[in-house]
Write a protein that binds this ligand. Structure first.
Ligand SMILES: [Cu+2]
Length: 183
């Protein structure tokens, strides 16, 4: 088939778009595979290659609001990791980052006391797994903070308790949690 110039261009743009989509899908699949708690050797090898490729950056954006936490991208390079934490909500939030296999692995408060039931029991987390926190991030404001993160899986959460008409409402229990993979 003989292609005229515009056909060539359409074909080229089409292949480029296809290559980009394929790359994005492969990347997403690898992130999912890498986040599973038991990685295969093949996945470990691909994660190592990806980490060495320079494709993975060392910054991520985290968006906080009532009541969710979203991180983009969810995969960063180990070492100094800079998190831009944007509170787009209308109340104060925070970001606490700890090393953990997953959300289920974190200790939870089982008896009402200083923290409400279901909140993360931060006092029960090993000091060596606590990577740091932003402190309070005011409504509609941003805080950028750098954390020193070796390769591993990290869970980020907001553990603030809000008083809501006499009831205590813990932000983690309402869904303010996200996972960050560091390779
Ligand atoms: Cu919060």
């Amino acid at each position: 088939m003989k292609l005229n110039r515009s056909d060539h261009e359409v074909f080229a743009i089409g292949s480029l778009a296809f290559a980009f989509v394929a790359m994005a899908l492969a990347f997403a699949a690898l992130v999912t595979a890498a986040q599973s708690e038991s990685r295969s050797n093949a996945t470990n090898k691909r994660v190592a290659q990806l980490a060495a490729s320079g494709v993975v950056g060392s910054t991520a954006k985290v968006t906080l609001q009532e009541f969710s936490m979203a991180v983009h991208p969810g995969l960063v390079q180990s070492g100094k990791v800079s998190l831009q934490v944007d509170n787009v909500g209308s109340i104060v939030h925070e970001l606490v980052i700890v090393r953990a296999a997953g959300v289920a692995a974190l200790p939870k408060v089982t008896k009402a006391g200083e923290r409400s039931v279901g909140a993360i029991d931060e006092e029960a987390i090993a000091e060596s797994d606590k990577m740091g926190e932003t402190g309070d991030v005011a409504a509609r404001s941003s805080v950028t903070k750098t954390f020193d993160l070796p390769a591993g899986t990290y869970v980020m959460f907001c553990n603030i308790d809000s008083k809501n008409g006499g009831r205590v409402l813990n932000h983690f229990t309402r869904g303010m949690v996200a996972t960050l993979l560091v390779v």
